[in-house]
Ligand binder design. Structure first.
Ligand code: AMP
Length: 588
């Protein structure tokens, strides 16, 4: 985070794009955006040293949107991305930023998706194509993707594409695009092969590297939680319940997120408020004063709104969304540990943001300890402890005589023993914070490192697969099937990514014409299921639901020729036993 703040409105972006950014709740450009957007708008080539989490997608998507000629129904921007997930994400980002550009059309293309569908979509003439190198190559070879009107090309996560063996394809694709096109290349590292591409195919690229200052923060205990199994809000609440720490500042990326989180915390009984750039100076000052006076315990803030905030009683900072860079991280956690006190800092890291975590650790030269979420027992003990304290305080501070009499009276009226009466009152007193929590579901989040890549996942499913205990699995139905072009790996990918379930805990997957079934660990939390429901595979919402009464068992190994996956009640076989469609040349 730099001290001289640029505003989005300073960046000469089209008003339609600015409108979308405001609606999305972005407050200020991230450092990579502030540096890249003006250069890309001027038509220059850019070499950005940046990774996921820095805001790099908007850094290229926002300016390149202004280059699109909507009347020309041909690809004018091509983005190459290493994985299906990233391609879809980038396409969704384009769509979100272009929500006020009527007639704009972006298309993600990747291996595993049906060619017929892609051909139909390509014929509609998307303005932006976001694809994995293998599939883009296939379409170029078949003549179904024509790039003669291409104005700009983006190589996203170039070092990942190199690592996954796509770099030759990338070069071949680049060689087939018009020489005068603009190029932006983003990479977390700059290995030699990538340097070579930049020299061969880019014109005077402007290199952007966001420098990070290092600072010592010995008085701050830094921990991180790798997001898995539990959603971030529930994780946040568990942490808030179990950590003792005066005032708390929670950092989120967008203004919208700050209000949402603050409202949800308030609804759960916390004294929380948002602090963001939508509030005028006076209101912000008043809110900070309330934190100082302990009328509020939690502020949910954006980076900008919390700049320079100095409140001694802040004992903990929670990075709900990972900051863009080390400098922002250092600034954020510096809001605690003021005036020589000790402070705590917790960072939520989505699996795909691990690299940013590493970068922060390297730049600060301080390890950030990985933490587990507080367990059910810890939450329960903490609740009991604070309940005990409340009782003691009331006993010490209040006159209880009249209540003792009332108890005697109630015991007579209800004909209950005092102990029974006390237990009924205790039951009533716990309200939304039950003192006895339900047992923790047997839900196994994935724990292995860096397995959020397609390639890792596939090998994970093959070589390292454990024996599955079918008694631990439930059967779920998804409304996407063979007719939609779905393959087993699409399902594994989507579930592993969205529900954060290690592919080795996913049981058999069966594909039918109009739907599929998948066996997943019992006790999936409702919110994870809810999140999965909205996931798209092959452009269709999976709308996953539990198949009540269906028992998970190994898929029958039928002779291949007998397979006829048809109706709901007809027995299918797992994809491993089913006849395979001819594979596309490459599965990018
Ligand atoms: P990226 O590094 O492109 O993967 O972006 C990471 C996340 O940051 C995405 O969820 C974006 O929506 C969000 N984001 C990007 N730029 C901004 C911004 N200027 N303000 C707030 N959020 C942003």
């Amino acid at each position: 985070m730099s001290d001289t703040q640029v505003a989005f409105s300073d960046l000469d972006l089209p008003s339609s794009v600015l409108k979308s950014i405001i609606e999305l709740g972005y407050e200020t450009p991230s450092p990579i955006q502030a540096a890249c957007i003006p250069l890309l708008l001027k038509g220059q080539d850019v070499l950005g040293m940046a990774q996921t989490g820095t805001g790099k997608t908007a850094a290229f998507a926002l300016p390149l949107l202004s280059r699109i000629d909507l009347k020309l129904n041909k690809p004018q921007v091509l983005v190459l991305a290493p994985t299906r997930e990233l391609a879809v994400q980038v396409a969704e980002a384009f769509q979100a930023y272009a929500r006020h550009i009527p007639g704009f059309h972006v298309l993600p293309i990747y291996g595993g998706q049906s060619y017929t569908l892609q051909l139909k979509q390509l014929r509609r003439g998307p303005h932006v194509v976001v694809g994995t190198p293998g599939r883009v190559m296939d379409h170029l070879d078949r003549g179904t993707l024509v790039l003669d009107e291409l104005k700009a090309m983006v190589l996203d996560e170039a070092d990942e594409m190199l690592r996954m063996g796509f770099i030759d394809d990338v070069e071949t694709i680049m060689a087939k695009t018009p020489a005068e096109r603009q190029t932006a290349l983003f990479s977390a590292t700059m290995p030699e092969q990538i340097r070579r591409i930049t020299k061969r195919y880019m014109r005077d690229p402007q290199e952007i590297k966001i420098a990070s200052k290092t600072t010592t923060m010995e008085n701050i205990d830094q921990r991180c939680w790798i997001v898995s199994g539990v959603n971030k809000l529930d994780a946040l609440v568990r942490i808030l319940e179990t950590e003792d720490c005066g005032g708390i500042i929670i950092f989120a990326r967008t203004k919208t997120a700050t209000t949402e989180i603050a409202e949800k915390l308030e609804a759960r009984g916390y004294a929380a408020a948002a602090l963001n750039g939508d509030m005028n100076q006076q209101l912000r000052e008043r809110t900070v004063q309330r934190l100082k006076d302990a009328k509020l315990d939690i502020l949910v803030a954006t980076d900008v709104a919390a700049r320079g905030l100095d409140v001694e009683r802040v004992g903990m900072v929670i990075n709900y969304d990972i900051p863009y860079d080390t400098e922002a991280y250092v600034h954020r956690i510096g809001r605690t540990g003021r005036a020589g006190r000790d402070g705590k800092a917790i960072l939520f890291v989505a699996p795909r943001e691990r690299r940013l975590l590493k970068q922060i650790e390297q730049a600060t030269r301080q390890p950030i300890k990985q933490m587990d979420l507080p367990s059910r027992d810890m939450v329960q003990n903490k609740r009991l402890e604070s309940f005990r304290e409340q009782i003691t305080t009331i006993f010490n501070d209040e006159d209880m005589a009249v209540y003792r009499e009332l108890i005697d009276q109630l015991a007579v009226d209800t004909e209950l023993e005092t102990l029974d009466l006390a237990s009924a009152l205790l039951y009533m007193a716990q309200k939304e914070k039950p003192l006895i929590l339900p047992p923790e579901p047997e839900f196994k989040p994935r724990r292995d490192k860096d397995s959020d890549r397609d390639s890792d996942r596939d090998s994970d499913r093959g070589a390292k697969r454990e024996r599955i205990n079918y008694a631990d699995l439930d059967v779920y139905r998804m409304e996407v099937g063979r007719n939609d072009g779905v393959q087993v790996k699409n399902i594994v990918g989507a579930i592993a990514n969205e529900a954060d379930i290690n592919s080795r805990h996913i049981g058999d997957i069966r594909l039918f014409d109009d739907y599929s079934t998948v066996q997943l660990p019992k006790g999936m939390p409702v919110e994870v299921l809810q999140q999965l429901k909205g996931v798209f595979i092959c452009r269709k919402k999976i709308d996953i639901s539990l198949m009540e009464g269906e028992i998970a068992r190994p898929a029958p190994r039928k002779p291949r020729t007998e397979f006829k996956g048809k109706g709901r009640n007809e027995r299918g076989s797992s994809d491993r036993g089913a006849p395979r469609k001819p594979r596309p040349r490459r599965d990018a």
